[in-house]
Design a protein around this ligand. Sequence first.
Ligand SMILES: [Zn+2]
Ligand SMILES: [Zn+2]
Length: 739
Amino acid sequence: MVKEATLKSQFDAEELAELLEPQEHTSTPPDDPSLKLSLLNYISFMGCSQHAYEAARKNTRQCYPDIELLSYYRVARQARLLSGVITWEHHMCFKGCLGFTGPFADLEQCPDCGQSRYEEKDLEDSDGERKVPRKVFTTFPPGPQIQAKWKHLDTAEDMFYRWKKTEDLRRERGQSDDPLNIYDDILCGKAYLDLVDDGSITEYDTVLMLSIDGAQLHEHKESNCWIYIWILVDIGPDKRYKIRNILPGGIIPGPYAPKDLDSFLFPGLAHVSALQREGLHIWDAYHRRRAISLLYLFLVLADAVAMAQLSGSVGHHGRKGCRLLCGLLGRNKIHGAHYYPALLRPNGFETHRTSSHPDIDINSLPIPTPQGYKTDLFHIISSRTETEYKRRRFNAGIGKPSIFAGMSRILPLPTCFAGDLMHQPVLNLACLLFDLWCARPGARDHNRFTVWPWAVLTGDVWKRHGEFVSRVARYLPTSFGRTPRNPQEKISSGYKAWEFLNYIYGEGPGVFYGVLPDVYYFHFCRLVRAIRIIHQHSISREQLATAHELLLQWVLDFEIIYCDRNPDRLHFVRQCVHSLTHLARETHRLGPLWLSSQWTMERVIGYLGSLLRQPSNPFRNLAAQTKRVAHTNALVAMWPDFERTKGDPHGSEDLGNSYLLLGPKDTSHHQLLPIEREALNIFFSGYPDAEDIDRQTVYRWGRLRIPTEQVARSRWKELERCSDMARTDRNVKVCTESI
Ligand SMILES: [Zn+2]
Ligand SMILES: [Zn+2]
């Protein structure tokens, strides 16, 4: 049904006309000052209540009686009309089983749990006439949102980043098929460049990634919901992940997890599918011409549970449980239903019914291929009996066709399903390492009576280590973001992915030195080195090869030094361990993987959560706020003047070359000490033009913003705020010839 979707069936006549014939756009904001001010307030008051908007409106009228600002209702309507952004609401099962879309569109009861689609009291009172849905989910079709991105010269230029960069890369590659020397964007990946080479993606196409994740809006599970977004690969990575450039896709209310995720994605995917065949009409303000853009769905990003639903795989417990569907055969414990991607055959498994296969060579691991996937899927759907289906599902690792098979322009399945750099090497692997180092009961399982040499984070050692980590936090630069809290106290209660990243891969080699036994410490450091390379913004071909070698060695050594072919330790080898073997190849295929990870989704969830005002009805509120974000994003794309980035801070001084002095500053000049004068003289000796500069007195500044946007702080002001908790980072890189 996704395949046959048409735009005509999705929009009313007026909306369709707007979609098919985008008008030339005037780049100056609306002349009418009251409309302009109303819209500016609508945008600036994001995250505030409607009440705050109305209060500002009344205040304005009191001081300027001639200016009649629009009511909140009217300004929201104007924002919708001017931006062209459309919102759809579809009914869903009250228990969250499915959305009444596609094949379920005409049902009045949920086929899964039997819950009524409509409020029964209303039905009864009106003799079945009044049909009030019990629950709805919201979809934001991306077509009109993408059109808005082309309407202003500046944003249209941003949209052209992809093609400009593509031409540069093609020039660099020339005729050769060799990999590039530097990977610094998704566009550097082989997958994208191959699509350009074979003509599948051209200048005006829109290249999208779909990202979906579950979110908990408040502390309670009742506020669980699912959100998906579209990310535009066409915009450069410096702007691509900013909230203003993210296209909201849909909000699926919880608290019950969606059982049939496909039915909730159906409206959005059917819309994209129609645009893939019919094309999206755009007014290109950069070249001042009309054009047709064909949408290309490049990647699907999700956490492991959602990914299994979307790809139709059996999930990470299965015998072939790799989320990239590479086909690696797992092993299960005797009588265990859960499979683990262990390369080495445990002792005594020679006659194991399902896991007796010999050791797997880490240098010849299987890789996912569209052909293998197609063959497996054909086998599954041609099963004649239930038993045959189950047997084939067990062997293939997939259980049903994916909804994405209906898309005409998508990376061939299963290569469109990406891994995730946030969940796998950061959250999941951290969980595994601490299960082992802290000897948590879950990891102990049947292996509880042996001594684990690596299980050192217990008792006093763990307590001291935790305190040490929380003390180290103050020496991390603020640009590193959230610092790790005391892991001994907080690791089990909502320790964030970013904290794990800073803790394990940032501080790790320092804080675990002397804590982990040498063999485990050096093994760990190899992982840190590789993961740091994989997380770089720009990765050279040589670095990638190094990371690949280190990661393969780490995975193999992990099985040797932690598992030791002990069948009771098979459960140490989780999918997150195996996922490391894919990282370097995936980087070669898709560019640096943080650009296609769930970090963006995590930020979007945090942002949308921060806008919520009514904890009593979080889902309705979330849908309303997301709608406002979609309107605002489109309006700001069409008229960037509505939200120009703020100028330099008051009292700052631009030094050129992206250096900016920031306050506070001395109010009167400061007399230098002789030793300071001498330092200044030595510094200026390399600058003959600096003769006239006063070397006796200076004005001191508190802070300096450097080209990386990081802020360096001067000792002068830092000494004044030296409380215990203040972050007094002084990171100095010392380079000497001897090191
Ligand atoms: Zn149901
Ligand atoms: Zn795999």
